[in-house]
Design a protein around this ligand. Structure first.
Ligand code: 5BU
Length: 277
């Protein structure tokens, strides 16, 4: 089978064996969007207003649920209602990083009970395969999917070279639950050995660090354009935060919506260009 990035999202949706990845690819094809908005705000009112405004333009809403200052469980009910209304999946960018037993508890329990509402979450590879086993023990019965961090967008990130290759190997061993990577490039050619099962693998590449106007921020973030990310590097989902929600304390919902539409168009054009190459 050809590399996933040369196939349509629709075709990949039909063949994927993980329910969360299948649902995401299906929504991407249906809504013609590979945009994920990162809703990094601290007030419930802004959080829900932004999600309602960008909902029609996204396949995936990315959350950092622990930055909300006025969190209460009703936020999750509202988030789920918006997810049903606008048809997007939910990705909690939790970046788990502990031993299997601890991450299973962090994923299932505590204040946020992430596994009960996030279709997708992510984890660092640094603890080794046991982190996947721990998260899978909670997530697989709920038909969730896991994204491993293979690379990061920040300047000087240590997830490179042999670390990235080993993250890919860990994922290959758990393709029932690991559906993709946070990365800046495709991973198929990385670390492939005769013994690895590469042939029919279909990992989604989700890329943060996307901006049409800025090249970076004052804290080491680095931005690339949707064309660089999707057409040139073959990534599947563009993750955009401040490029859409802005940097000010007051949210202009109309402007947020216009920017979401702009990034949706840019991301989709970049995908169509990739397929027509
Ligand atoms: P920005 O406002 O578009 O820079 O936000 C990017 C978001 O993606 C933010 O929530 C980060 O926590 C997240 N992110 C990232 O920027 N780079 C990474 O390598 C990973 C996550 Br992993």
């Amino acid at each position: 089978m050809s590399s996933p990035h040369l196939r349509s999202y629709e075709d990949r949706a039909q063949k994927h064996n993980n329910p969360a990845a299948r649902a995401l690819l299906y929504l991407m094809a249906k809504k013609k969007t590979n945009l994920s908005v990162s809703v990094d705000v601290t007030r419930k009112k802004d959080f829900l207003a932004i999600i309602d405004a960008v909902g029609p333009y996204v396949c995936l809403i990315k959350t950092h649920i622990d930055i909300l200052e006025d969190y209460d469980p009703s936020i999750i009910e509202d988030l789920q209602a918006l997810s049903n209304e606008h048809e997007f999946l939910i990705f909690e960018d939790r970046k788990f990083a502990d031993i299997g037993n601890t991450v299973a508890l962090q994923y299932s329990s505590g204040v946020y009970k992430i596994a009960s509402w996030a279709h997708i979450t992510n984890a660092h590879a640094v603890p080794g395969p046991s982190i996947i086993a721990g998260l899978a023990s909670v997530g697989l019965p709920l038909e969730r999917g896991l994204i491993l961090l293979a690379e990061m967008s920040s300047k000087g990130a240590l997830a490179t070279g042999a670390y990235t290759e080993d993250a890919v190997r860990m994922a290959r061993a758990r393709r029932d639950f690991v559906v993709g990577f946070i990365a800046q490039h495709r991973m198929e050619t990385i670390g492939a050995r005769d013994t690895d099962s590469v042939g029919d693998e279909d990992f989604l590449i989700l890329s943060p660090g996307v901006g049409l106007d800025a090249k970076g921020d004052a804290m080491g973030q680095q931005y690339r354009t949707p064309a660089e990310v999707v057409t040139d590097c073959g990534c599947d989902v563009i993750i955009v935060g401040r490029g859409i929600i802005g940097t000010g304390r007051d949210i202009d919902v109309g402007e947020v919506q216009r920017q979401a539409q702009r990034y949706q168009v840019a991301g989709w054009e970049a995908y169509e260009r990739r397929l027509s190459r």
